[in-house]
Design a protein around this ligand. Structure first.
Ligand SMILES: O=C(O)CCC(=O)c1ccccc1C(=O)O
Ligand SMILES: [Mg+2]
Length: 337
């Protein structure tokens, strides 16, 4: 599959002019970090965001740059089909006594995605977290789980059997590999729990392999790692599976890219993981992209100059991000040749 935009990259100095590196505090520790760093880019189509996780190598991060340039420098040709997107609350692997306070940040969300299989915790911790969430949201609420591939096959089967009593919408990336996901689906097909693939889409050399292998019921789709909105739309269409658009814990600018993708999906059956603005302790846009009555809008956002000053990353981090962006840009230029 080819990467769009590489045949028409804007010059590097244009990409960097007007850019800002920010460090946004999180209210709740997530993926082991307390601040989310991002480069905001100002393109002719609007604000965009480049924020691959810091541990990613340049080849993987280059896809995020392709997506960022795509969103900032051109408008998707696909039709906008909806003006607001229902989103889920995202619950980090917190202790039961903190769940209520985290969920209170997600105004009106009827669906909760619960992080499970956290390193250093046990299945008993997951059971208590899911039990308390179900108690708080009541029978009408929807619960999905995300294990980020941390269970092996037997652990996943055991965990799904222990947790299905709480009525699960689906379990996201229960195991790391496509083969394990396929085998888990066979093992649990009698209990009505669906399997969603996330890392098996966004970190795979071939994002369609998981669908082809029949290893998932649902695809979790993130615009940035998949190289942008149009490429993500192509992947969903080719996969022929229901899709859930999700964030990478982006700022409001990255969330707006996710919302722009969700707005263009021909079919959207599940609430999207784009409510994570509620986990940020501050944001770059006024108003921020955060759930109101369980939904977010799908338009572009304006970045606030005061917020850019307030959230400016330390010099050394800003230099690190600009150097990384330049290396990724060089990779994309190489691809185009
Ligand atoms: O889908 C959501 O509810 C929010 C996004 C999310 O969980 C996430 C955020 C950052 C990195 C990885 C993930 C993930 O889905 O695994
Ligand atoms: Mg996930």
């Amino acid at each position: 599959m080819t990467t769009p935009v590489t045949d028409a990259l804007p010059p590097l100095d244009e990409v960097l002019s007007g850019s800002a590196v920010v460090s946004v505090p999180l209210t709740t520790r997530f993926r082991g970090v307390e601040h989310r760093e991002a480069v905001l880019l100002r393109g002719p189509a609007g604000w965009s965001e480049f924020s691959p996780f810091t541990e990613y190598g340049d080849a993987e991060a280059a896809m995020w740059l392709a997506a960022a340039i795509d969103f900032g420098w051109r408008e998707s040709g696909a039709a906008v089909l909806r003006e607001s997107i229902l989103v889920n609350a995202t619950l980090p692997a917190v202790a039961p006594d903190r769940i209520e306070a985290v969920l209170a940040r997600f105004d009106g969300c009827r669906t909760v995605k619960i992080k499970v299989a956290e390193r250093g915790q046990t299945l008993a911790d997951d059971v208590e977290r899911v039990r308390e969430t179900r108690r708080l949201i009541g029978a009408e609420g929807r619960i999905r789980l995300d294990a980020n591939g941390a269970w092996n096959l037997d652990e996943a089967e055991h965990a799904v059997r222990a947790l299905e009593q709480f009525d699960l919408e689906y379990v996201e990336q229960p195991c790391a590999s496509i083969d394990e996901l396929a085998e888990l689906r066979r093992r649990i097909h009698r209990i009505d729990v669906l399997v969603a693939a996330d890392e098996s889409v966004r970190k795979a050399a071939d994002p369609l392999a998981v669908a082809r292998a029949g290893a998932a019921d649902i695809l979790v789709i993130k615009a940035a790692p998949l190289g942008g909105i149009d490429r993500a739309l192509t992947i969903v269409e080719a996969a022929g599976l229901p899709a859930v658009v999700s964030s990478a814990l982006d700022t409001s600018v990255g969330l707006a890219m996710g919302a722009a993708l969700a707005a263009r999906l021909p079919s959207l059956e599940f609430d999207c993981g784009l409510g994570t603005g509620a986990l940020l302790g501050d944001d770059v846009a006024v108003p921020p992209v955060a759930p109101v009555a369980g939904a977010i809008g799908t338009g572009r956002v304006e970045v606030d100059a005061d917020a850019l000053r307030r959230l400016a990353a330390p010099d050394e981090r800003a230099q690190w991000w600009r150097a990384r962006l330049e290396r990724c840009y060089a990779l994309l230029m190489g691809d185009a040749r």
